[in-house]
Design a protein. Sequence first.
Length: 234
Amino acid sequence: MAPLPAGDYLPFFKFSAGNGQTALESRPVQIRAFQLDRTPVTNAQFLDFVRAHPEWRRSKAKSLFVDQRYLENWRSDLAPPKGLARAPVTRVSWFAAQAFCEARGLRLPTTDEWEYALNDGGRNKQAVAQASLDWYAAPNLKLLPPVGRSAPNGFGLHDLVGLVWEWTQDFSGAGPSSEQRNTASEDGAQFCSGAALGVRDATDYPAFMRYALRSSLKASFTQANLGFRCAGDQ
């Protein structure tokens, strides 16, 4: 895992000014030091998990926690796609991803932590944005390549863009996490979902796509291009 220092960044969504005001403002979010997997979790790692936790095998996982396509690309309960041991595991629900992380004494990263990791202290911002756009423009790969092939960012993290989308702990909150919103205001301006009015940079199309994807998910959903990585406190 890579250690990420404490710091702050300007989130995509603005905050309510509070006190009944309708104005929204941008202000930094402070992130505590944490650690994050250097690459997404692989099929091989998830295989070890389902061996140790049979309740998360494809044939035994409860429908409350996974949809019908959970691990459908695996050949059987204990047989990931042939030759793709080092590829990122996909077709896993939020519940399964969280259970995997908890089995390691970890958790899923919050959206703010994941975005902070991607922001990388502002390093190579334009290159990351262009890589994101190039990825969005390309058709989904039928067979995903191994993790770790992309160059690491300044925090030592690989594959934040260009390989798979990733679950976050609070994926359904398409904006600042609830503990960071000003909840004293009752004017409805405290949270402006995906509207351009409530974002810091309306030209940041990659960020719009990330938040739109997260807000479209439910915890039991699985997708062929959706994986995860784990985080932990320092």
